[in-house]
Ligand binder design. Structure first.
Ligand code: NAD
Length: 330
């Protein structure tokens, strides 16, 4: 009799990818009712397929003594305690390419919504106010776009900015010159980028170094007409400092898909500003990204089971991650 591996899926997963896993003769696939698997579900589980709502902590790992591999169908990975998984010698993989197009497109949706004040315009017209004279927007052609974090998403955002006729600056101390060239971006220091850019967007992973990356002092460098967009992680910007800058009208408009605490509470001061455009962490929420990330995760699970093959391992050898680890230990 062939031995079967127990694989537990803890979050939403594409039906076809699920069927593909269920058809594998050496997999015993279970689906957890919620993103928080129970002790009973974790016991005997060798492989976990998760998304960001399943937090991998030392406590969870203690309930999963047989766990060998975790695959997250996401490009972010701050929901996984990588020091804990490394200590337990559990292999971890992610799907970094599956949702970069969706996240880059949402970034631009927020940029344009900010520049042309679309949420304000929609609210006005629904309230019977034909606010054509009042809602003056910003033209982007000929302006400067500043990208913080020139990885997969940042490079796509750079290409969109060029299509709009913008000059692109980027800050990424870990990125090679070749990537800047490919993206058509000029390398910049962080302060210089914040001073010069008309639009700034963040595309950094959450690491000890980027928690937060933008402090109060950084926000004072920006033009009072600038648009700031964050689709990376809420904690990459000091949110209290951001609220103060908005109260003092030191920023033109802000687009946020991510927040220091999610879900954003009804009492958040961010809800009060007409020039803040909000979305509830929708960067990866498209059918295409969902399908791609689920299928990629399923393929990785099968390749691991059959050949112990590991692609897109976490933690990888990226210098920003290694450095982050050292900082955490300090
Ligand atoms: P990536 O790894 O391809 O790129 C990240 C880039 O950030 C790298 O080039 C790296 O050198 C750079 N970086 C790291 N530390 C830095 C620092 N301190 N200062 C400046 N640059 C730094 O990742 P990606 O696929 O582009 O995704 C970026 C992040 O976006 C993810 O880690 C995730 O947290 C977030 N994300 C959010 C959504 C969403 O739903 N809103 C969707 C996808 C990704």
């Amino acid at each position: 009799m062939i031995s079967r591996h127990r694989l537990l899926i803890t979050d939403r997963f594409d039906a076809q990818a699920l069927a593909h896993l269920q058809a594998h003769p050496r997999l015993d696939v279970k689906v957890s009712a919620t993103p928080l698997p129970t002790t009973d579900e974790l016991l005997g589980t060798q492989a976990l397929l998760i998304r960001s709502r399943t937090k991998i902590t030392t406590e969870l790992l203690a309930q999963a003594p047989d766990l060998q591999v975790i695959i997250t169908s996401t490009s972010g990975f701050d929901h996984i305690d990588l020091q804990a998984t490394t200590a337990r010698k559990i292999d971890v993989m992610f799907t970094p390419d599956a949702n970069s197009a969706s996240a880059a497109e949402l970034t631009w949706a927020l940029v344009l919504a900010c520049a042309r004040r679309l949420p304000e315009a929609g609210r006005a017209i629904k309230a019977g106010d034909w606010a054509r004279e009042r809602l003056i927007g910003h033209e982007l052609e000929g302006k400067t776009y500043g990208i913080i974090g020139l990885g997969r998403i940042g490079r796509k955002v750079a290409r969109f900015a060029q299509a709009f006729g913008m000059t692109v600056l980027a800050y990424d101390p870990y990125c090679e010159d070749a990537h800047f060239q490919q993206a058509g971006a000029t390398r910049s220091g962080l302060d210089e980028l914040l001073r010069q850019a008309d639009v700034v967007s963040l595309h950094v992973p959450l690491t000890p170094e980027t928690r937060p990356l933008l402090h109060a002092a950084h926000l004072t460098l920006m033009s009072p007409h600038a648009i700031l967009v964050n689709t990376s992680r809420g904690q990459a910007i000091d949110e209290n400092a951001l609220i103060e800058a908005l109260q003092d009208r030191r920023l033109g408009a802000v687009g946020l898909d991510v927040f220091a605490r999610e879900p954003l509470t009804r009492s958040s001061q961010l809800l009060a500003f007409p020039h803040v455009v909000l979305s509830p962490h929708l960067g990866a929420t498209t059918m295409a990204a969902f399908t791609k990330s689920s299928r990629e995760a399923a393929e990785k699970a099968i390749a691991y089971l059959e050949r112990k093959e590991i692609r897109d391992r976490l933690p990888g050898d990226a210098p920003w991650l290694t450095r982050g680890f050292q900082k955490t230990r300090d």
